[in-house]
Design a protein around this ligand. Structure first.
Ligand code: FES
Ligand code: FES
Length: 197
């Protein structure tokens, strides 16, 4: 039954339909019909509202993360890709005001939300107070983690988690810095929050 032109996928599909048994007659016809059935849709037209502007992405693969949609499809490369696994925070953006790791969010699921990225923090070229504080306190070295740190810092302040340096450290702990600029990052968030040392 498994002639040389059969792909492994076809064999597995047929086996699944036939419950792994050898098929003949009606069973074979049923299996063929199952294989001809329409498969689930794999791509969609997606509308994303980013920094107050709508962007349409035509025929976007359903598996595309929000991070890849931003960087690879919309050239909004301020948001960085570190681990791609939700572990480093480099890809932090805001969804309806909440910080999220955009590598863990499917772009199709972000439709209808207000998405904020680092590009939206200084729309007129004037630094956001937390960006100015990062410059003031040398809150970065290589700068790769910085957009994520800043987006997380903005949310940390908005959430009211800046009562002490320990609290800032705790609530910024999802954002890793391989350069180890942590003490300066905490100082920058503290200053932007108007909190005391
Ligand atoms: Fe998303 Fe690391 S790239 S958490
Ligand atoms: Fe280099 Fe944070 S400044 S990883």
């Amino acid at each position: 039954m498994t002639g040389p032109d059969w792909t492994r996928r076809e064999v597995i599909a047929l086996s699944a339909v036939a419950g792994g048994s050898v098929m003949a007659g009606d069973a074979m016809l049923g299996a063929a019909a199952a294989m001809a059935a329409p498969v689930a849709r794999r791509s969609f037209d997606v509308m994303l509202k980013i920094n107050g502007r709508e962007h349409r992405l035509a025929d976007l693969d359903a598996h595309t993360s929000l991070l890849d949609a931003l960087r690879d499809h919309l050239q909004l490369t301020g948001t960085k890709k570190g681990c791609g696994l939700g572990q480093c925070g480099a890809c932090t953006v805001h969804l309806d005001g909440r910080r999220v790791n955009s590598c863990l969010v499917l772009a199709v699921m972000a439709q209808g939300a207000e998405i904020a990225t680092i590009e939206g923090l200084a729309p007129d070229g004037e630094l956001h107070p937390i960006q100015a504080a990062f410059v003031e306190h040398d809150g970065f070295q290589c700068g790769y983690c910085t957009p994520g740190q800043i987006m997380s810092g903005v949310a940390c302040i908005r959430e009211g988690h800046t009562g002490s340096d320990d609290e800032i450290r705790e609530w910024m702990s999802g954002n890793l810095c391989r350069c180890g600029a942590y003490s300066n990052i905490v100082a920058a968030v503290r200053e932007a929050a108007g909190a005391k040392a």
